[in-house]
Design a protein around this ligand. Structure first.
Ligand SMILES: Nc1ncnc2c1ncn2[C@@H]1O[C@H](COP(=O)(O)OP(=O)(O)OP(=O)(O)O)[C@@H](O)[C@H]1O
Ligand SMILES: [Mg+2]
Length: 240
């Protein structure tokens, strides 16, 4: 009996320890991934972007020196400009998608407003962003997590909700930051919420959990879906 209890206690402790280890690993992987994205974004932007711009300058130089008789040749060059320009645009889009500069420079609210503007360009959804206070300081890990959660939640609205409107509210309190993304679409179902293969939903929850926060998702059939994320204020002593 006594050994039984001791064995069980030990097993419980081992389980807890391995859960903590997994959690730590997962958090580490996440920060490595984010650093990697930042590095790749910078490299694509600086290296590849610079190469294309230089190529364009050389091409202009060459075209200016083509003799008049070679007009046909200079006509042939035009599509090359178009190709280089589209390459430059792709570079800009890729590097921004990987790690929006807005995230490091503008703070959470402006970064989300920027992201929402990107969505506005290619959807008919009506977006409303409210933040109280309008702008505030937050630690970079929290900002990144909330930004990525908002991105997944909005992408889900665009892809699945058949909504007309999305409301994003951000509230900074002393205890932490709450962010909700709600839509007026068809509403996520209980089955979809319980689905073990809903990696987008799991990803949002995991990001919050790694910072001791939570993500709650709920749906009302025909009335929409709400994703509510909370990340607690981190004490200065806590790990970076
Ligand atoms: N805002 C929403 N409104 C209605 N249904 C939703 C909403 N968000 C998610 N769902 C449903 O929940 C499912 C799971 O979402 P999840 O984000 O995990 O997967 P996904 O978006 O299909 O794929 P991905 O892994 O690319 O994110 C979706 O397939 C969709 O059926
Ligand atoms: Mg998704």
């Amino acid at each position: 009996m006594v050994t039984d209890v001791t064995d069980r206690k030990r097993a419980e402790q081992q389980l807890k320890a391995s859960q903590e280890q997994l959690s730590e690993l997962s958090r580490h992987m996440e920060s490595v991934r984010e650093e990697e994205r930042t590095r790749i974004a910078r490299e694509i932007h600086d290296e590849l972007g610079q190469t294309l711009v230089t190529l364009k300058v050389y091409l202009s130089w060459l075209v200016r020196r083509l003799p008049q008789a070679q007009e046909v040749a200079s006509e042939q060059v035009k599509p090359m400009y178009a190709l280089i320009d589209s390459g430059i645009q792709t570079v800009s889009r890729l590097s921004t998608e990987l790690r929006p500069g807005a995230l490091d420079d503008l703070g959470l609210t402006r970064a989300i407003e920027w992201q929402v503007n990107e969505f506005r360009k290619w959807t008919n959804l009506e977006f409303h962003v409210v933040s109280r206070p309008k702008h505030f300081e937050a630690d970079p890990e929290t900002v990144t997590a909330l930004f990525r959660i908002a991105h997944e939640a909005i992408t889900n609205v665009v892809r699945h909700a058949r909504a007309t409107r999305v409301d994003i509210t951000i509230k900074k309190k002393r205890s932490g930051i709450t962010m909700t993304v709600s839509d007026d679409g068809i509403g996520i179902t209980e089955d979809q919420l319980q689905n073990k293969r809903a990696f987008g939903l799991m990803g949002m929850k995991e990001r919050a959990r790694l910072l001791a926060g939570t993500v709650n998702i709920s749906g009302v059939p025909g009335h929409g879906t709400t994703v509510e994320a909370f990340i607690p204020q981190r004490s200065r002593e806590s790990k970076p």
